[in-house]
Design a protein around this ligand. Sequence first.
Ligand SMILES: C[S@@+](CC[C@H](N)C(=O)[O-])C[C@H]1O[C@@H](n2cnc3c(N)ncnc32)[C@H](O)[C@@H]1O
Length: 235
Amino acid sequence: MKNVIQSYTDFHKSKSSGHLYPTEWLIRTLLGSYPQLDFDNSKFRNSKLLDIGFGDGRNFMLFDNCGADIHGVEISKDICDLVYKKFENQMKLELRVGRNSNIPFEDNFFDFAIASSSCYYVDEGTVFADNINEINRILRPNGWFIANFPLFNKDYPSINESFILENNEKIDDEHIVIRNDIYGLRNGYKFWAVRNKEHLIDSIGHKFKNFSFSVLLDNFYGVQINMLVVVCQKK
Ligand SMILES: C[S@@+](CC[C@H](N)C(=O)[O-])C[C@H]1O[C@@H](n2cnc3c(N)ncnc32)[C@H](O)[C@@H]1O
């Protein structure tokens, strides 16, 4: 099995041509209006935003349209270079090589930390709490953390398990190894997978406050994706 750096670098290279479209849950969170979500994207104007694990940069246009000053972290220089090139005539970016557990920006720097399908990747020798400490460190007090997580179906037993979590290998009460990625990209990787909202609050509530949640239980052409989305603020 290739390591995570090589497989994601190859993956993003293979998809590097063509248009980019933002991730659906982020569009809904940032542009929608919901009674239980105390957030509107006017807060982005002139803000410092970090996209953690930005991938092919598909969410940058959305952040740019909302007026944010965009920074990003990815796991290889090749991925950063690919995305710099893609946007070179479109927007100013500050992209650095880093990890969830090691974000190369200073303390209290960001107004927003956004992690779209990324902050639950847990590096060997680290635990999810290390990722949370790091995300908390780079946010200013009251800065916003917006993220999604693969959600176990335990609270929704009539729904199938998320494809990514099926047949996983349990490491401990908090972490699993992915064994059944139908896209063949993440098998062997260590993930943190959340059981429900209360579990998320128990895990990060000592560092974050003002939680808003969304639950997506989605079967799309046979692929089950169960997702917990959180919007919260640094204490
Ligand atoms: C599923 S992709 C999501 C990409 C993008 N954010 C999106 O919404 O399309 C996960 C991304 O996380 C990155 N990643 C993997 N392990 C990571 C780690 N330990 N720290 C930070 N990012 C990581 C991968 O390189 C990959 O681009």
